[in-house]
Every structure is written in C-alpha cells, then in structure tokens.
Design a protein around this ligand. Structure first.
Ligand code: CTP
Ligand code: CA
Length: 237
C-alpha cells in the first residue's frame, strides 16, 4: 500500500542505516551467514531519502533490494567490517539505524586455503562472539565520540518463549542496548524473514510503546521515521 502523502520533514538530516546479513568467513570460499534480505533497511533508506534525508546504507548480504534513488550504498562482508563502517560514519550522522542482522558469532580461525574434506571427517567449528555494534554505538555516544544529539535505533526479531512474550523480550533488549528506539518484530511462522510484511512494536527509551500493525515494510518505515523525526533536534533537520 502507499502511505499517505509523504512529508518532507527530514531535509538536511544525515541518516546511516545498516542492512542485510553478515557473512563470517571460514575459508576463502565458505562462510556462516543468515537469511536477512535487507528489505527493511532498504525500505527505510528509500523512505528517508523521499523525506529529504541524506542517506547512506551500509549493506551486508542482501537479496536484490533494487536501487533506491539518491542513496549512497557501501558494501561490507562481515560483522567486523560493518562495525568499522558504522562506527566511522556514525560520527557524522544525525540518525543511525541498525537494521542489519549481525552474526552473533564468527569462526575463531579463518583458513587461508580451502578446507579439504580429507579422510577424518568434519572437524568442529569453533566460534567466538562478534562485537555488539549497536551497544558500541551507544557507548561511543556516551564517550563523546559520536555527537550527543545522534539518534540511535535498533531492531529486534523476537519470538515468545517460556521466559516471556515478544514484548517482554523487546523491553529487556531496549534496556540492554541503551538505544533511543527499538523496533521489535514478532517472528516465527514464516514472518519477517524475506517476506513483505512485518508486525510488532516500536519501543522508546522514554517509555512509549507503539503497536506496529501488520503492514508492508514501506508503511513500517514511515512509522519508524515519524518517531525518529520527533527525536532529531530542529537545528539538525
Ligand atoms: N546487533 C549489533 N551487533 C551484534 C548483534 C546485534 O549491532 N553483534 C544489533 C542488530 O543490528 C539489532 C540489535 O542489535 O539492531 C538487536 O539484535 P539482536 O540479534 O536481536 O540482539 P542480540 O543482542 O544479538 O540478542 P539475541 O541473543 O536475541 O540475538
Ligand atoms: Ca543476535
């Protein structure tokens, strides 16, 4: 569906968005990856650009997202590269949105040459934890390496489990990450990954909780940007 007439309310606002998945290398030809399509990040980029923002997308692995007009696209392979690019670019951004599906873990060792099948059968793959880019951005802002006015937005894909529902996990994650807004997607049953429609909540650090009813990623993007706009100080937009 098409959202109502688009406001032009992000003119002069610099927005950096991460999108897609990361690929953590095992050897020159293999990686550990995920199914993120990048659609939500690219939909946000398109919507922000249409509202006048200067937009950069730092993109990992994606399905063909099309080419949003007037958006700068920087390609990265793995979580470490994504972290480097986001940290660098956040220093000159008014809004930073972590829509990427960052691998939580990466192989400890990357083989220099292709791993052979051999006679002994498969060796276990030892993993180590990737840096938490979103938390790192929040910490950098607190330390003054990113301007204090910069709005930081995270995403979370959650299912309910025996410890709580989607919203409980979302609230806990917002506190843990320390970002200004957290977009919580309810997943499971084929929802969200690679699909057109999302559903969930928009949670803010100030305590507001807005339901995001089932709708396209385009509609969801405009809802997210409406809330982001309120948090951008006027002299930066
Ligand atoms: N994220 C990040 N760096 C990571 C992992 C996640 O910046 N190493 C960001 C994602 O881009 C997203 C947010 O953090 O904006 C939440 O990601 P999620 O995977 O839901 O959070 P985790 O802290 O990894 O928790 P979980 O155990 O639920 O995966
Ligand atoms: Ca994770």
């Amino acid at each position: 569906e098409r959202p109502e007439a688009l406001p032009y309310d992000l003119a002069g606002v610099r927005v950096v968005i991460s999108a897609g998945g990361t690929r953590e290398p095992l050897d020159p030809v293999r990686y550990l990856g995920n199914r993120s399509s990048g659609k939500q990040g690219f939909a946000l980029a398109r919507a922000a650009a249409q509202r006048g923002a200067t937009v950069t997308v730092v993109a990992g692995s994606t399905a063909d997202p099309g080419d949003p007009a007037g958006v700068e696209i920087v390609r990265v392979a793995n979580a470490q590269h994504l972290s480097d690019e986001m940290t660098k670019r956040a220093a000159e951004a008014d809004v930073v949105i972590m829509a990427a599906a960052v691998a939580d873990f990466r192989p400890v060792a990357v083989a220099e040459s292709k791993i052979k099948k051999g006679e002994a059968g498969p060796a276990p793959i030892e993993l180590t934890t990737n840096p938490d880019i979103l938390r790192g951005l929040v910490e950098s802002r607190a330390a003054g390496r990113i301007p204090g006015h910069t709005v930081i937005v995270g995403f979370a894909a959650e299912t309910g489990d025996e410890t709580g529902g989607v919203l409980d996990h979302g609230r806990a994650k917002l506190r843990r990450k320390g970002c200004d807004l957290l977009v919580v997607n309810a997943v499971g049953d084929g929802k969200a990954f690679g699909t057109e429609d999302n559903t969930g909540w928009l949670l803010s650090a100030s305590g507001t909780e807005t339901a995001l009813p089932l709708g396209s990623k385009t509609l969801m993007s405009s809802r997210i940007l409406d809330e982001v706009r309120v948090l951008v100080p006027d002299e930066h937009g």
